[in-house]
Design a binder for this molecule. Sequence first.
Ligand SMILES: NC(=O)c1ccc[n+]([C@@H]2O[C@H](COP(=O)([O-])OP(=O)(O)OC[C@H]3O[C@@H](n4cnc5c(N)ncnc54)[C@H](OP(=O)(O)O)[C@@H]3O)[C@@H](O)[C@H]2O)c1
Length: 263
Amino acid sequence: MSKESKLGLGGHSFIEELGNDPHASFEEQCAIVADCLDNCIALIDTTYYQERVALGHVLKRLGRRDEAKIMAWNFFKQPGREHELVDYTPYEPQHIDLMLEELQTDAIDLLVIHAHDDTAKLLKELVLTQDWVQAGKVKRVALGMARLGHLRQLPAAHPVSAVLAPYNAFHPDAKELFETARSLGMDAIALSPFVRGWKLDEIGADKDAAAAILLRWVAAEPLVDHVVVSMRKAEWVHANLRAVGEGPLTEAEDAQLREWLAR
Ligand SMILES: NC(=O)c1ccc[n+]([C@@H]2O[C@H](COP(=O)([O-])OP(=O)(O)OC[C@H]3O[C@@H](n4cnc5c(N)ncnc54)[C@H](OP(=O)(O)O)[C@@H]3O)[C@@H](O)[C@H]2O)c1
């Protein structure tokens, strides 16, 4: 069987907000997810509740739930704000069943706790998510938007086996977090290799070439286990896979990237 790709599909692929490109139609979303699964991209993120609902429908239509590794964060539907992207809410006992229903599944492969600085509350979330692991509703637990301090505050026994943070050539600060996480046996999952889609326009170079250079900068980093990218077009799945397959940047590409960073 082929090895799982380092590339993961971002949840913002399923929503209109946060992107330049228009909303991908349901048919396009099905094509994107099918292309990912066909090409060993198993890790699929869902951040906002709207993304969970969308992915649930797509995987049901495709009949391929078992091939995907679903990641899900604690951003929930709020009464009167169903059409907005609302902030995260620390986990409470009722949340897991809501998430499973939205995703139309029995278990979440990687449940993400959005990190924050209320240590007592975070400890409660760790206990709760551990309970969900024991109940078979969650396979693994991760800390998202984590900083080094959050890792240092983890109790001796905890369920966290991965950390997630934005990590790209413009914002490489998560490197130390990833080094520490890896030294503790955790996976390091990088988010947003392009910052956002608009950053590629701002660079002003050929967009495909700029995307490939920024993605390769992250994907070739041995510390990174996965890099999660939103892709609202099926053709980008193939472009991004090709880029990841090309490996580290050449000297000329690295010089080009430095020029963009220095602006
Ligand atoms: N950044 C965070 O704070 C954060 C937090 C929680 C979770 N995440 C997760 O991380 C994922 C990725 O983050 P992100 O969407 O913020 O940033 P990103 O993946 O760096 O940027 C995605 C955008 O890049 C463009 N794109 C993708 N492939 C391309 C290609 N081959 N050529 C040209 N343009 C391409 C698209 O832009 P347009 O569609 O805009 O044109 C796409 O929306 C999210 O979907 C989410 O699952 C991020």
